[in-house]
Design a binder for this molecule. Structure first.
Ligand SMILES: [Zn+2]
Length: 521
């Protein structure tokens, strides 16, 4: 294929070490005895995403994958340790405890504490103060129910679902359960006693600092104990008012009260669940809702963590190796005034633009174009990028980027909405478009659609229908410098985030104004 930009003669600048953001380490510490829990040597068959061949190894793989999940979302200069075990816990045919995790201790008024006289979960306190607790003093405790696997009368006897990296929708998927529970351990919970309303030692905790009752107009921190108890069952009126969540919450199609997302406040109260979760009314569902929740919808949860003081970037960090052309796309919506090439990547790559690194876009009519540092990049478009600083650099886009806005239509294959990418055409010939998914989630190629203003795809086409109508190809290509060559994306393929793709419009596309409809999953 001859579509790769002609390799520029790049003058390598002085090589400067590049410091990336903190790489967070969350360590799972096994607290089980020999032969049980994480050390259970019962042979098992590997399952999707989990190659373990013993029960204990599969359990540990799941916990490590859940730790990896949070490592990519929250930054900590100090190691976070989780003491974890599997033990027999109460369980019957129809109800049982799955497992739980929580902070092992709380701290306040440490060096660098954002709020005085306020309790923080120890993992967050350590992260903010930059000093870790000792490995013998873990930050988070986690205990899960081993009876699911050993007792045929426990929840139907199906056992834990050990698959990783797939949305099973099963409430017994250990991965999504552990991700959720570690969220509590990292601080998604209040320490208020919800039966009395009392605060720990009379002091606020950082979670309740952002709780507010829309009906009474009061913040939780300003309420009496009795008022907090009333508010904790004031269904629909208890909300989160942290500014980072507030500035993002408008994408919710339900679960808002006066613009703020609702917290879980059922009446009567549900001890263990009330207040320390989002309301089940939120649409789309968030990972920190009280029941079996999707792990790929965490935008507000992450922003709530940032409200509480955690650092991080909800969008991707990916490595860009030295001297390799790479096709990229933007997986989040950059903030309005920070979407130039300089804002997006100038902070990641040391050196001079157009000498040490460069970006190219492609227009089917005029060919390659080179954005300036002050030009903006568009979501849904693919771009070439290369850097020759002499070492791998980590690319990210601004921390306060937004979740990509979506729209709904009958053509969209996701009930959460889609993003439509306009495709350029040429009369009677193929026109190569460089595109990309504007989302953080992986998109099955078969869930893409094409829509046109008139003609065969005016009410929407699958990719194969669009190909049959000679409008858009049913195959896309993305350059893989490691091969080197082009990876093929067609029916059955999964399109990962951050990947730029070539997608041609075909001979009959001109005048039909085709759009690629990408689902948000
Ligand atoms: Zn929970």
């Amino acid at each position: 294929m001859r579509l790769v930009p002609t390799m520029m003669v790049m003058i390598a600048g002085l090589s400067v070490p590049v410091f990336s953001a903190f790489a967070t380490t969350i360590t799972i510490q096994v607290a089980d005895g020999p032969g049980e829990g994480f050390n259970d040597s019962t042979p098992v068959t590997p399952v999707t995403g989990n190659p373990g061949t013993t029960l204990g190894q599969q359990r540990l793989n799941v916990f490590q994958a859940a730790a990896d999940y949070w490592e990519t979302k929250l930054e900590s200069p100090v190691e976070i340790t989780v003491s974890a075990k599997f033990d027999p816990q109460p369980c019957s045919q129809f109800s049982g405890q799955l497992g739980a995790a929580g902070p092992r201790s709380i701290v306040r008024d440490f060096p660098g504490a954002p709020l005085a006289n306020t309790w923080y979960p120890v993992a967050l306190g350590n992260s903010l103060s930059g000093s870790g607790s000792s490995p013998s003093d873990p930050d988070i405790g986690a205990a899960f129910n081993s009876n699911l696997d050993s007792d045929p009368n426990c929840l139907g006897g199906a056992g834990w679902d050990y698959r990783i990296g797939v949305q099973t929708g099963s409430p017994l998927q250990l991965y999504s359960t552990v991700v959720h529970e570690l969220g509590h351990g990292l601080g998604f919970l209040t320490f208020v006693n919800l039966s009395t309303g009392s605060k720990v030692a009379g002091l606020d905790d950082v979670f309740m600092h952002f709780l507010h009752d829309q009906q009474t107009g009061q913040d939780w921190s300003a309420m009496t104990d009795a008022q907090r108890v009333v508010s904790s069952v004031n269904t629909g009126e208890l909300v989160w008012t942290g500014p980072k969540v507030q500035s993002e919450a408008s994408f919710l199609s339900s679960g808002l009260n006066t613009g703020d997302p609702r917290m879980y406040a059922p009446n009567p109260a549900q001890p263990g669940s009330s207040v320390s979760h989002w309301d089940t009314a939120l649409t789309p569902d968030e990972v920190m809702e009280p029941y079996a929740t999707p792990v790929n919808e965490d935008w507000l949860t992450i922003k709530a963590f940032y409200d509480m003081g955690w650092q991080g970037n909800p969008c991707l960090r990916t490595d860009l190796p030295d001297n390799q052309w790479t096709q990229i796309t933007l997986e989040c919506q950059p903030p309005g005034l920070q979407n130039t090439v300089a804002d997006l990547f100038g902070d990641d790559i040391s050196g001079v633009y157009d000498t040490d690194w460069v970006i190219y876009g492609y227009d089917p009519t005029s060919g390659y174009f080179k954005p300036t540092l002050n030009d903006t990049l568009e979501q849904g478009r693919g771009y070439w990028i290369i850097q020759v600083t002499g070492s791998t650099v980590t690319l990210d886009i601004p921390r306060d980027s937004h979740r990509t806005p979506v729209q709904s239509s009958g053509i969209c294959t996701s009930n959460k909405g889609c993003f439509e990418v306009p495709l350029a055409t040429k009369p009677g010939v193929v026109a190569w478009n460089m595109v990309g998914s504007p989302f953080l989630s992986t998109v099955p190629f078969d869930d893409l659609r094409v829509v046109t203003v008139t003609g065969a795809c005016s009410t929407g086409c699958t990719m194969s229908e669009a190909k049959a109508a000679d409008i858009v190809h049913d195959t896309a290509w993305s350059y893989n410098a490691a091969t080197p060559g082009y990876d093929v994306f067609s029916s059955g393929a999964q399109v990962p985030p951050r990947k730029g793709l070539w997608l041609p419009t075909l001979n009959q596309a001109d005048g039909l104004d085709p759009k690629l409809v990408v689902p948000y999953l």
